[in-house]
Design a protein around this ligand. Sequence first.
Ligand SMILES: [Ca+2]
Length: 253
Amino acid sequence: MVTCDNSFILYVNGREVLRGDDWAKPQAVALHTLLKKGDNDFVIAATNAGNSPNPAALFFEARLVLQDGTEMTIASDESWQFSAKLPAGREGRLGAVGDPWQPVTIVPALNVWASAVESAAPQLLAQAVSGNIPMVRASLLKNDFLMKSLGRPMREQIVSMRPSELTTLEAIDLYNGKSLADAISRGGENLSSRTWEHPDDLIRYIYRFALSRDPLENELATVRDYFSTPATATEVADVLWAIMMTPDFMIVR
Ligand SMILES: [Ca+2]
């Protein structure tokens, strides 16, 4: 969750992932696809507005659950540093940040700041738990084969519409492409590692998440038959795959 009086651009590992210019509305972004093994860089370009001196501050807090289940919080505290030289970002990438880095000053929160953060926190944190944080914009992500074959244009091309018919290339990439296969197998691992009160809860979760509806009785029975107890990562990935290849998901959704 991040907010800044008055505006900010958040870069994770050199890439822009979030920006905002209303301190009264803290924003959140899902970090799990943006982090890498080892050191990760969080840089925020923060700007105060107005022509005369006025209050300015930045608030950042990230909650992480590591693979072994440990929970970690990274927050803007006295360990952070700032540089007065604003980096020259270009096309969503962070430019070189000028030295010297200096220790930040912790400012006591104004009441209006505190209430903005406190009123937004429960909802944003609930979104984080349920995975409903809006996706990072595609234009801020690396253009991979899957995005290209699904019709993401190159920057220099002017595109006023995208065809709604499935092309052969899209079909081949959806069935055989590595990007989707990897995403689905990660999904299988994530879902199978969670604790489900009842095995059917996992099946309902998948249907609600993918198709915005509950499974029909026969669908529930089919998947229930296929799953071991508890379902393995491969089994869950297979079901995710099967659902994503249905016209229900590919065309209607
Ligand atoms: Ca201000």
